[in-house]
Write a protein that binds this ligand. Structure first.
Ligand code: DC
Length: 230
């Protein structure tokens, strides 16, 4: 049995955080939480309830604030697909939140203070008993500043866009590489420049540029770091 610790994995969009986070959690028998999925769920909720004007990405903040408490988020394991799926008010929305419409609007939702406060509260609750790997943008800086291990991941924008393109293509989503590259770059910009919890490497996070690393190499690298903590 591994000692229960908190592992925070932050970094740029599509830098492969979730792949390494999932593999690490599986290896250690820890819980895995994709915090980005939670911001995507709020975005989907806002789209469905017509709280975002899709023509100019403007959000009806006042109304969203009023309705935010009716957003209930849960994670459940799908044994058949061997993956964790996210639920919005008991509806499985795992696939829908990955669509381009949500990806293009999520930055406008994730910069709102009241949204971040609610998500951070849920995330901290999920990590209360430790034994968790969580990936996101502010996990090592805001959500779990005392995490035992913090990783900050990066890779070139082109490499990240290529990975995302392949992933979506495999799922049958029709989208061009150029569109994805633009989305990746625009989300980098939003993530780095927003006022609320901008993407930053925590001072005690260990950096990983995985542009030229296989998944196995990355997992071994992180397991090596965990070994050193003991
Ligand atoms: O990791 P992702 O691309 O699924 O994240 C979706 C969006 O949510 C992304 O634009 C940044 C934002 N996000 C955030 O602000 N804080 C987090 N902890 C995780 C994601």
């Amino acid at each position: 049995m591994n000692k229960k610790i908190i592992i925070a994995i932050d970094g740029y969009s599509s830098s492969g955080k979730s792949t390494i986070a999932k593999a690490t959690a599986k290896h250690l028998g820890f819980k895995y939480i994709d915090s980005g999925a939670m911001y995507r769920v709020v975005t989907l909720f806002a789209i469905r309830n017509k709280l975002i004007d899709k023509t100019n990405s403007k959000i009806n903040e006042e109304e969203l604030k009023k309705q935010i408490d009716s957003v209930h988020i849960n994670f459940k394991i799908n044994q058949l697909k061997d993956r964790q799926e996210i639920y919005l008010n008991n509806e499985n929305v795992e696939d829908e939140i990955r669509e381009m419409e949500v990806s293009n609007l999520v930055s406008f939702i994730s910069k709102l203070k009241f949204v971040r406060e609610k998500m951070v509260r849920i995330q901290q609750e999920l990590g209360k008993e430790k034994g968790i790997v969580m990936d996101g943008r502010d996990i090592g800086t805001v959500v779990f500043p005392n995490a035992e291990l913090k990783i900050f991941m990066n890779a070139k924008a082109e490499v990240r866009a290529e990975r995302r393109y392949k992933e979506l293509k495999e799922k049958g989503v029709v989208v061009s590489y150029e569109e994805i590259l633009e989305n990746v770059k625009s989300r980098d910009h939003h993530d780095e420049t927003r006022d609320e919890s901008p993407l930053r490497k925590a001072h005690d996070a260990i950096e990983l540029d995985n542009s030229n690393m296989s998944e196995t190499e990355q997992l071994n690298w992180i397991l090596g770091l965990i070994e050193k903590l003991k």
